[in-house]
Design a protein around this ligand. Sequence first.
Ligand code: AMP
Ligand code: ZN
Length: 115
Amino acid sequence: MEDCLFCKIIAGEIPSAKVYEDDFVFAFKDISPIAPVHYLFVPKTHICCAKKITADNSVQVAKIFEAISKIAADEKIDSFRVINNCGEDAGQSVMHLHFHLLAGKQMGWGEQSLG
Ligand code: AMP
Ligand code: ZN
């Protein structure tokens, strides 16, 4: 999709620190990490947000969670948190579906706990 930051990262038009790629999934380091491990997992096709996940495209979400499981095992990450922000009020700033993988620190629970 034109003018989508993450589509441009997937296409290699904007550089990123890639951590994983397969036919469905692209994953890279968040540019402003809030934990020692902070990766973003995105579907290779443009889906704006979790509101647009349907039976036709949900395989891409399943593939993302398979990739998260694989990366966690490869990097010996025992505890982790996966976050999806959907919509402005939830803090979504890039309108291409993505899941944050956070690890490497003690994490509290609550609205402000991740800063
Ligand atoms: P969200 O706020 O949930 O939409 O998450 C968007 C994330 O994208 C933020 O954590 C940003 O730090 C991250 N981000 C923005 N631009 C880039 C970039 N060029 N490379 C890597 N991560 C980015
Ligand atoms: Zn996109």
